[in-house]
Design a protein around this ligand. Structure first.
Ligand code: PGA
Length: 242
């Protein structure tokens, strides 16, 4: 599985040409695109069922007087299938807590959206040997008693996002194995775990060859259709063996 996070990029004029180019070059590995709410409907249409589409965030509220927010139901009504929850940029810039990610996960489940929950430590936390404490809290408090059947976890070390500093395969693999143990203790045995943070076509294959890494979540390198298609093709090669 490969996932793209377009963040605050692209507009309605870019969507159809992107998917035309991407759909021509991509492999048959499932791909998900997380786009801004205004792009959702046109991305779903342009994707033509060949890839899946999701929102980058939803409100923790179901509906009501919350100006500027987007609800799980609104995302669903655009025929999008997924929602990204707890991305580190939401946690860092918008004060999103584990309690809020839990509320968002509850709404995603209630509205039949497949959730991708992001977890990861800052450099400071890694250096203080707190990586797994932080991630376990994000997993346990975020999920609590929920067992979403289509849940995917994205491990994204904050120090590797948009910095060009990709985690080594060993670093990523070690954390993925720990995450898998925690998920098993929560009764989630088949959950896929993606790696994210400065993934590009030049390093994607090496990461996905590791049996702990079930795919990648890609920011910057997903904005170019050919570059992201190369990552999709690397996934086809690498994940075959897993
Ligand atoms: P990046 O972003 O690939 O640009 O580092 C990844 C992400 O934030 O999901």
């Amino acid at each position: 599985m490969v996932a793209a996070n377009w963040k605050l990029n692209k507009n309605l004029n870019d969507v159809s040409s992107f998917f035309e180019a991407f759909n021509k070059e991509k492999s048959d590995v499932p791909a998900i695109f997380f786009v801004s709410p205004i792009l959702l409907k046109s991305a779903v249409d342009a994707a033509a069922g060949k890839v899946e589409v999701g929102a980058q965030n939803i409100s923790e509220h179901e509906s009501g007087a919350f100006t500027g927010e987007t609800s799980a139901e609104q995302v669903k009504s655009a025929n999008a299938q997924w929602v990204l929850i707890g991305h580190s940029e939401r946690r860092q810039h918008y004060g999103e807590t584990n309690e809020m990610t839990h509320q968002k996960l509850q709404l995603a489940v209630a509205k039949n959206l497949k959730p991708m929950l992001c977890v990861g430590e800052t450099l400071e936390q890694r250096e203080a040997a707190k990586t797994m404490d932080v991630i376990n809290a994000q997993l346990k408090e975020g999920l609590k008693d929920l067992k979403p059947k289509d849940l995917v976890i994205a491990y994204e070390p904050v120090w590797a996002i948009g910095t060009g500093k990709v985690a080594s395969v060993e670093q990523a693999s070690e954390v993925h194995a720990e995450i898998r143990k925690t998920l098993q203790s929560l009764g989630l045995n088949d959950t896929k775990i993606l790696y994210g943070g400065s993934v590009k076509s030049a390093n994607a294959a090496e990461l996905m060859q590791d049996s702990e890494i079930d795919g990648v979540l890609v920011g910057g390198a997903s904005l170019d259709a050919s570059e992201f298609a190369k990552i999709s093709n690397a996934a086809r090669e690498s994940l075959l063996g897993n």
